[in-house]
Design a protein around this ligand. Structure first.
Ligand code: AMP
Ligand code: ZN
Length: 442
């Protein structure tokens, strides 16, 4: 359902006019109120008056997580603390967390874009939404919560964890929509099975999943195992939290709410803007956020923009599934490897579970000589004869070779060796940290 057709179906011309007005206002605001922005604007020899058309956007400097760290905690705000009604937070690059403050108007805007997001995913006011995203500092819990209330549907604020209770509530309260990370959706299903519950027989019909990378294969897995339609949703703390973009019923890229979030794709190495359709790093400028707007924030997320009008009638551009981050990319003997590629292979091979760990011997931030992939096998294969395990290992090795373009060692491990996380899954670990990482159970 289209909640806000006036905006969601706006003509591109009208939209660009609105974006430009809002951009000019934001740029003026940060320039006047935030010393950091004044300094970096001056560094590039640009003032708010130089932003006359959308093409001038590229004159503005980029911002990144490092700027959040350097201006921690309140250095990027355009309002006094008295106007802030809430603060969320996420982990930063090193040490200091990322702070996300919201004014009353920000919470209102966020609730509205989240209501739009939920409607686009297929929810209506008749739904009962069990919200298993983490509440607290993480933006997921409260973001979905406020959006659900704004839509007028029913929210059950379970938060993450206590999985057995989640299943009981789901059955008793007639939950129709589950919101959680894709990994947690699979955990819910495993636990349900252990309890003798088939989620396909409950009222559950829709899952809205995001906050971590996942693949098309994983979607199929979730949809088949749980018997729901699974929708991809995207967002990040620095920009607002969840609600930046979401798929519609056509599941063909996530519509970006461009009246609030202005997007560009750049070449991560050079910073040069790339045309629609080309893969690169997503850069976002917030157009309406008050407390802490961001200008040209480098998300590090790799995607491409799909400009064609969608069958649903929305004119807002779509972004493709995130294929990796320009900073979690691994370079193995000179070859770029994204964890999502490995996941795709695993999900296609019979007899393995979608739980895996990439163990590396890193010599700098992302280069490694050796790649070892720990893969959990299914209960059935594990209790079978050795020969089957060997065959499986060989098959996985061959598949990885052909997809990744490099050879990787495969280590088949017992069911439940890899620790389940309720939040975002961590897939890459240094061998020297493995023991104390909490990522394995034994
Ligand atoms: P946080 O600010 O802690 O919520 O983390 C935001 C990051 O999570 C994004 O920059 C992405 O890297 C990742 N993320 C969020 N949603 C998705 C999604 N649907 N697909 C892939 N990655 C996602
Ligand atoms: Zn659409």
């Amino acid at each position: 359902m289209i909640r806000d057709p006036e905006h969601e179906k706006m003509s591109r011309k009208q939209l660009e006019k609105l974006q430009l007005e809002r951009l000019q206002a934001r740029v003026k605001d940060v320039y006047e109120k935030v010393p950091f922005y004044r300094r970096v604007f001056k560094g590039k020899g640009v003032t708010p008056d130089d932003i006359k058309t959308m093409a001038d956007l590229k004159k503005l400097p980029f911002t990144s997580k490092i700027d959040f760290r350097d201006n921690y905690p309140y250095g990027l705000m355009t309002v006094p603390l008295e106007k802030v009604v809430r603060i969320h937070s996420s982990s930063g690059t090193t040490g200091k967390p990322i702070i996300a403050p919201y004014t009353e108007a920000d919470v209102d805007m966020w609730s509205e874009v989240m209501a739009r997001t939920l409607a686009s995913a297929g929810m209506t006011r008749h739904d009962v939404m069990q919200n298993a995203y983490g509440y607290g500092l993480f933006t997921g819990g409260l973001g979905f919560h406020y959006g659900c209330e704004r839509l007028g549907a029913t929210v059950i604020p379970t938060g993450g964890g206590n999985t057995k209770r989640q299943i009981l509530l789901m059955q008793d309260l007639g939950t129709t929509v589950i919101t959680c990370t894709p990994t947690y959706a699979l955990i819910l299903n495993e636990t349900a099975k252990e309890m003798g519950v088939d989620l396909r027989e409950t009222k559950l019909r829709l899952g809205i999943h995001g906050a971590e990378p996942w693949s098309e294969q994983m979607r199929k897995d979730i949809e088949e195992r749980i018997g729901i339609s699974a929708i991809n949703v995207y967002g990040l703390t620095e920009v607002i939290g969840p609600g930046v973009s979401v798929e519609c019923e056509h599941k063909n890229g996530m519509h970006i709410w461009e009246d609030h979030f202005l997007v560009e794709i750049i070449n991560p190495a050079t910073g040069e803007q790339l045309p629609y359709g080309q893969e690169g790093e997503l850069v976002i400028t917030t157009l309406t956020k008050e407390a802490q707007p961001v200008i040209r924030f480098r998300t590090r997320d790799i995607t491409k923009l799909i400009p064609e009008t969608c069958k649903c009638g929305r004119t807002m551009v779509r972004m493709a599934r995130i294929t990796g981050r320009s900073d979690d990319m691994l370079v193995v003997r000179g070859v770029n490897v994204f964890p999502s590629q490995i996941e795709n292979v695993l999900l296609e091979v019979e007899g393995v579970e979608p739980h895996y760990l990439i163990v590396v011997d890193r010599h700098d931030a992302f280069s490694t000589e050796d790649l070892e992939i720990w893969v959990e096998v299914s209960e059935a294969v594990f209790s079978d004869e050795m020969q089957k395990m060997e065959k499986l290992e060989k098959k996985l090795r061959a598949e990885m070779d052909s997809v990744l373009g490099i050879s990787a060692r495969i280590k088949l491990v017992e069911p439940r060796t890899i620790a389940r996380t309720e939040g975002k899954a961590r897939r890459v670990v240094d061998r020297k940290d493995l023991k104390n990482s909490g990522l394995i159970t034994k």
